[in-house]
Design a protein around this ligand. Structure first.
Ligand code: HEC
Length: 96
């Protein structure tokens, strides 16, 4: 019984390690976000600093933004996995 639990924990760590293999800044670069966005000034889209300020303290903002970008509604559609978008949005929302 104990060994089964250990195997499950190990597998969980392995999977979460893979999901977060790409960091936010890497995704922003690799997925072309930075073609349209900059951190501190407006480009095609708003500066990430502005976005972070707008959503500061808002509950569920990250999930909302991931859904928005994934769905391509009101935002150019970006081909990226949920995990990649989550990492990217995490970086966006922590921009100061
Ligand atoms: C083709 C240009 C383009 C690309 C590529 C792009 N964006 Fe945007 N983005 C925009 C524009 C235009 C807006 C403003 C309209 C809007 O709010 O959706 C925007 C808005 C946003 C917002 C603010 C949305 C809100 O509700 O305030 C976030 C967050 C964002 N983009 C993140 C990303 C991320 C992360 C990526 C890469 C995975 C990305 N964008 C790629 C053009 C782009």
């Amino acid at each position: 019984m104990r060994s089964i639990v250990l195997v499950m924990v190990a597998a969980g760590l392995f999977i979460s390690g893979m999901v977060y293999a790409q960091s936010g800044p890497e995704v922003l670069k690799a997925k072309g976000c930075l073609n349209c966005h900059e951190f501190d000034k407006k480009k095609v889209g708003p500066a990430y600093k502005e976005v972070a300020a707008k959503y500061k303290g808002k509950k569920g903002a990250a999930g909302e933004l991931v859904a928005k970008i994934k769905g391509g509604k009101g935002h150019p559609k970006i081909e990226a996995s949920d995990a990649e978008l989550k990492a990217a949005i995490g970086t966006v929302l922590s921009t100061k």
